[in-house]
Design a binder for this molecule. Structure first.
Ligand SMILES: Nc1ncnc2c1ncn2[C@@H]1O[C@H](COP(=O)(O)OP(=O)(O)OP(=O)(O)O)[C@@H](O)[C@H]1O
Ligand SMILES: [Mg+2]
Length: 284
């Protein structure tokens, strides 16, 4: 009984290697909601796991989580339980497809939608224990620049921005890019143009984005690729199995594989400091 309670808060993690290592962390964000972050995050997680990495997906769309739905999982615990101190981050993980682990975001939890810096600090301290147990942590953020997203970006080496070609999504993506560079000037930012009906539409939208960024920020992000509007994605959402597993040779499946090879994902965390330690400093 006591041991079970102890295990809950100290956590059970996949066998950590003896040497001290820290996971790479990939943040996936967008300005506007509904651009496809969770679809991209869940597919990148399974693709990188298939390539042999120990991958943890954290659904930081706290309070409005849905990554578990895309993966067909019913998590018992989520970030809210970790925030409350009921369980450790390691204990809250659930097994997902292709060997990934998911830390779910929790649905309808008010505390998670508007966490105070103090609460986030506690949560980040708990998430830090995941870094030694994984090769890659993928963080699926909520839309926009909430406190948690800003702190993650400030600590990050890379950021994947998911947008559509629509003018509203592009404009919000640009605002996020600008804000991101203000908290992390060395950030490598990649843009994924999702749901564009054809390559010309995607390219046209990218060129507009690039032009505005060049003129107003003096820098441009990297074009990581287009994921086409593909019914295979809709079928996979319905089936609750990532498209990269269910229909790997669909056009969306193939382009997600290209995105998974973006070399900025492989950059190690910032010199000398573990990721969540930097994120905690960013909260101060
Ligand atoms: N390439 C695509 N082709 C077809 N449909 C897509 C594609 N990408 C995403 N969708 C559809 O868009 C929906 C929303 O995607 P997703 O949940 O990933 O967006 P999100 O950015 O995470 O949203 P939120 O801001 O609410 O977190 C999916 O459920 C799916 O139906
Ligand atoms: Mg989402």
């Amino acid at each position: 009984m006591f041991l079970e309670a102890l295990r809950k808060v100290t956590g059970t993690l996949p066998s950590a290697p003896p040497a001290k290592r820290t996971a790479k962390v990939l943040n996936i964000a967008s300005g506007k909601g509904g651009t496809g972050k969770s679809v991209v995050a869940s597919n990148l997680a399974v693709l990188r796991a298939q390539a042999g990495e120990r991958v943890c997906l954290i659904d930081f769309d706290a309070g409005m989580a849905n990554a578990h739905l895309l993966l067909g999982l019913v998590p018992k615990y989520d970030l809210g339980h970790v925030l409350d101190g009921q369980v450790s981050a390691g204990f809250a993980l659930v097994d997902g497809p292709a060997g990934i682990k998911l830390l779910s975001g929790g649905v309808g939890r008010a505390a998670l939608q508007n966490p105070t810096p103090r609460e986030l600090d506690r949560l980040f301290a708990s998430l830090a224990q995941l870094e030694a147990a994984f090769d890659l942590i993928i963080v699926d953020h909520g839309a926009g620049m909430g406190v948690a997203t800003v702190a993650h970006i400030a600590a990050a080496q890379s950021l994947l921005l998911v947008t559509t070609h629509e003018v509203t999504a592009l404009s919000d993506a640009y605002a996020l890019y600008k804000h991101a560079l203000s908290v992390a000037p060395d950030l490598r930012t990649g843009v994924v143009m999702n749901r564009a009906p054809d390559e010309a539409t995607a390219r046209g939208a990218w060129e507009r984005f690039e032009g505005v960024a060049r003129r107003h920020v003096g820098r441009v992000p990297e074009y990581v690729g287009r994921i086409p509007l593909d019914e295979a994605v809709l079928r996979s959402v319905q089936a609750r199995v990532p498209v990269a597993l269910r229909e790997p040779h669909s056009t969306a499946g193939e382009s997600l594989r290209t995105v998974a090879r973006w070399d900025a994902i492989d950059m190690p965390t910032k010199a000398s400091r573990a990721f969540y330690e930097s994120a905690r400093r960013a909260l101060r």
